[in-house]
Design a binder for this molecule. Structure first.
Ligand code: PHE
Length: 347
């Protein structure tokens, strides 16, 4: 290389070539490879420049070295700039492609509700539980004695027709009423007695409001001086908690062999508040349960002195309360497990 002008030209061309090449370097990996090639001391266009120092006349060596160093420094700066730009872009792209959308709603896992009957049963248990009632669990299979005779419904008594019975044998049957539990309780416990007894009962009966199996909640209180007033007081609290604060009760004379006097209990219609609507059939009142003062014959039959003690009893139809409370017009809906119905009831 005769003079440095030639070198300067060569370096200028090399710079141009590098600039042109840089435009095609689309990622940091190819940029690194290209730079490595350029700087390689045996093959690289910049790397080999120093080796040519030997051919340069002594007086030009310093200048030559300076120029070669300059292009080396230039290339280094240029590539550092390029690589940091490429890395930044690559990082941004990676963040973009690996982004997790934390706002995506989670997959919903469907969870069930308690059955409407169970919800109502729990509510009733809570209400009477808060009044100091204990729970007695009776038997679904009973003898004729507990389900009927001991409740003052002797064989051939017309009251047996009130409840179409599934007999298992002449002696055993599926209980038609939780009242059968009253007798067990009075045989096992001495007064004061204050129990509720929830459970399934069975009658050969089947229409829109009756099912062969349904649920009742029996209530029994036996103590000194228990009267119909105690019954109404307790039931007032019960219906107000179940149907709403302004609900009233009305007792109508009725007949059950095991209570004397016997009553049907109506509640003021919680839908129309007494004005008359479809639910209360225009009367303003809805019948919800049967009740009464425990018949002295029943007390005596269980060995309780009816001159000292008196009692009250009530039987609540749990399905009926659930249907009224949740606006269910066919009892079959309580047995069909239709989620469109059940999901609406979460009390
Ligand atoms: N056992 C009666 C029935 O099923 C209801 C009832 C219970 C009535 C307790 C009076 C007292 O119809």
């Amino acid at each position: 290389m005769a003079d440095l002008n030639e070198l300067s030209e060569k370096l200028a061309l090399l710079k141009q070539e590098i600039e042109g090449e840089i435009k095609n370097l689309s990622n940091s990996k190819v940029a690194f490879e290209y730079r490595k090639g350029l700087m390689d001391s045996k093959t690289g266009k910049i790397g080999t420049l120093m080796r040519e120092m030997g051919k340069i006349p002594n007086e030009l060596k310093a200048e030559y070295g300076k120029k070669v160093n300059e292009i080396k420094m230039w290339a280094q700066d240029r590539f550092e700039e390029l690589e940091s730009k490429l890395k930044e872009a690559e990082m941004a792209e990676r963040y973009n492609s690996e982004t997790i959308d934390v706002t995506l709603p989670a997959k919903m896992r469907p969870i069930g509700n308690l059955h409407p009957n169970t919800q109502v049963r729990n509510q009733i248990v809570d209400i009477f539980g808060s009044m100091g009632f204990e729970i007695y669990e009776g038997n679904e299979i009973e003898t004729d004695y507990y389900n009927f005779s001991a409740l003052n419904i002797p064989k051939d008594h017309p009251a047996r027709d009130m409840q179409d019975t599934f007999y298992l044998s002449p002696e055993f049957l599926l209980r038609t009423q939780t009242s059968a539990g009253q007798i067990h309780v009075m045989e096992e416990k001495k007064p004061p007695i204050k129990v509720i007894s929830p459970g399934k009962v069975f009658r050969s009966d089947d229409d829109a409001t009756h099912s062969p199996m349904f649920s009742q909640m029996e209530g029994l209180v036996v103590d000194k001086g228990i009267t119909l007033c105690d019954l109404q007081g307790m039931l007032d609290v019960f219906v107000q908690k179940i149907f709403g604060e302004d609900t009233k009760t009305r007792l109508r004379p009725s007949y059950f062999p095991f209570t004397e006097p016997s009553v049907e209990v109506d509640v003021s219609c919680f839908q129309c508040h007494g004005k008359g609507c479809k639910l209360c059939k225009g009367t303003g009142w809805i019948e919800v349960l049967g009740a009464g003062v425990v018949n002295k014959k029943v007390l005596e039959g269980c060995g309780i002195d009816s001159n000292v003690y008196s009692g009250l009893a009530f039987g609540i139809g749990i399905d009926r309360i659930a249907m009224l409370k949740y606006g269910i017009n066919n009892i079959k809906l309580l047995f069909e497990s239709d989620l469109r119905v059940l999901n609406q009831i979460n009390d």
